[in-house]
Design a binder for this molecule. Structure first.
Ligand code: PGA
Length: 268
């Protein structure tokens, strides 16, 4: 069984230590009590180390919102994997809000280099993929999303590929309060994401990869996503800035328990 993973993507919020630490101190104890879900906080870089100290000795994991693939050099404003390794266990790569900048460091090829760099430095890449509204309306979702996945996984070993997390985030659902329907997200995850991984690495690897849904996830709709067999947690933006993020993670854990029980019933 895949362990679900819920990621709090704070984006450009809670960037001052007093704001960030106040919030983390409120949620860390209840989050630490929740079992069977990986819970990852991705704060802005300005508070990354302070948050790391505040969640030390808990089960909460730390992630970065982006990174460069090079280990050092003349890249003004960038963060190298060597600066994160040892502090972060996860790193978000290829988020659509960054891809939308059109920067040379946010292309499909750059995302693939970041995936390699993350794995080489013992961090789990959270690879964001997802179509725009125009692509969805032109019925290009499958071709586009499976292409993004194939490109992000290029050149990985089976072992490396199995360690990746993919976040299916339809661009039109991010920050809009207009989430995809669970059934629709489940279909894209099965066909376009696991399908693309299976084509290159085989079914066992495709079944090992954890795939989240992201885009207007809240405490009110998480149950629907977690009821879907292909969806292993959520990448949460806006709703990760509120104390009831704890409730969202609890609901994910509850759904995990239900899944485990039905898996036990199915196995002879
Ligand atoms: P949202 O953001 O939950 O605010 O829609 C999700 C994301 O962009 O990771």
């Amino acid at each position: 069984m895949r362990q679900p993973v819920v990621v709090a993507n704070w984006k450009m919020n809670f960037g001052r230590p007093d704001q960030a630490l106040d919030f983390v101190r409120r949620i860390r104890h209840p989050l630490n009590e929740i079992k069977d879900v990986d819970c990852v906080l991705c704060p802005p870089f300005t508070v990354l180390m302070a948050v790391a100290e505040t969640i030390a000795r808990t089960s909460i994991r730390l992630g970065a919102q982006t990174m460069h693939w090079e280990e050092k050099g003349a890249h003004t404003g960038e963060i190298a994997p060597t600066m994160l390794a040892g502090h972060c266990q996860f790193v978000i790569v290829g988020h659509s809000e960054r891809r939308a900048t059109g920067s040379r460091t946010e292309t499909d090829a750059a995302t693939n280099r970041k995936v390699h760099a993350a794995l080489a430095h013992d961090m789990t890449p959270i690879i964001c993929v997802g179509e725009s509204l125009a692509q969805r309306e032109r019925e290009e979702t499958h071709a586009f999303v499976s292409g993004q996945v194939t490109s992000a996984f290029e050149g990985l070993s089976e072992e490396g590929a199995s360690r990746c997390v993919v976040a299916y985030e339809p661009i039109w659902a991010i920050g809009t309060s207009r989430a995809a329907t669970p059934a629709d997200a489940n279909r894209v995850v099965a066909l376009s994401i696991r399908g693309a991984v299976a084509e290159r690495f085989g079914e066992a690897v495709a079944q090992a990869v954890r795939v989240q849904y992201g885009g207007s996830v809240s405490v009110d709709n998480i149950d629907g996503f977690m009821a879907m067999p292909e969806i292993d947690g959520a990448l949460v933006g806006g709703a990760s800035l509120k104390p009831d993020f704890v409730e969202l993670v609890k609901r994910t854990a509850r759904a995990t328990g239900t899944r485990a029980a039905s898996a036990r019933r199915r196995s002879p």
